[in-house]
Design a protein around this ligand. Structure first.
Ligand code: C5P
Length: 235
């Protein structure tokens, strides 16, 4: 018996026989512009399921506690059930996207140190950026836990920057989400894929990620498949 417990913009969560485990189904839905654009892109769910499974396995093996258990078929994976923290943690190595717009920088300006930003996950408010003080004042999270999100985010950045370097890919920026497991520990959750990262080929600076879709610059799937193939070769 399996029941749909939640449905997000791109993924569906189902119960399993084990109450501490969820089956996550990756759909082909692809969104941009705060969900205003939502299109089905064939095979995207399967490709992201495989990419995210490989990256989470790699992080598990490299000392980052995550919710990932195993990939069970083309589009589905098993994850430990967690209580999601309502914050998106964005790590940036180079200026792009909203950061570039906010500060008027050049595209890909090098940042002196990785930048860590927090966004409050609230659809009605359109996920506003929050300072650490905002997040604590609003009681979204306790301060020691917030510090852990920052540390874990920077650790993931180090591990993934090295992995993508091996693949001749620049990790420009990415978004993480965390949850609290049954033992009260913070673990990495959600997904890491070209939907949630900006990834550039190092030789050409070509986008191998969702920016192709955001900018309506053609078919994004070749870039996603390129990331999958380079990951298969690197891991
Ligand atoms: O749009 P922005 O420049 O803030 O995005 C920074 C990074 O976070 C990008 O890699 C983007 O793909 C990711 N992101 C995401 N989901 C969001 C917001 C940002 O995956 N809701």
């Amino acid at each position: 018996m399996t029941t749909l417990v939640a449905s997000g913009k791109t993924k569906e969560l189902y119960t399993t026989d084990d109450s501490s485990v969820l089956r996550v189904h990756y759909t082909d839905h692809t969104t941009a512009g705060d969900g205003l654009r939502n299109e089905l892109i064939e095979n995207k769910g399967a490709v992201n399921n495989e990419i995210s499974s490989m990256i989470f396995t790699y992080l598990n093996e490299n000392g980052v506690a995550t919710h990932f258990i195993e990939r069970v078929n083309e589009t589905d994976q098993l994850n430990k059930k967690v209580e999601m923290i309502p914050l998106e943690v964005v790590i940036r190595n180079f200026a792009a996207g909203h950061f570039q717009k906010r500060f008027g920088t050049d595209y890909l300006q090098t940042l002196k140190e990785p930048v860590v930003e927090f966004f409050y996950k609230d659809n009605d408010l359109h996920d506003p950026i929050v300072t650490k003080s905002d997040a604590i004042g609003l009681d979204l999270i306790e301060s020691d836990k917030l510090a852990q999100l920052e540390d874990d985010g920077l650790k993931v950045n180090q591990i993934l920057t090295q992995l993508f370097d091996k693949m001749n890919v620049t990790l420009v920026d990415f978004k993480l989400e965390f949850g609290i497991n049954e033992d009260g520990e913070i673990i990495l959750a959600d997904e890491i894929s070209p939907d949630s990262c900006r990834l550039l080929d190092k030789d050409t600076n070509e986008s191998l990620d969702k920016d192709v879709f955001r900018k309506e610059a053609g078919d994004m799937m070749p870039g996603y498949l390129e990331i999958l193939n380079r990951l298969r070769a690197a891991i």
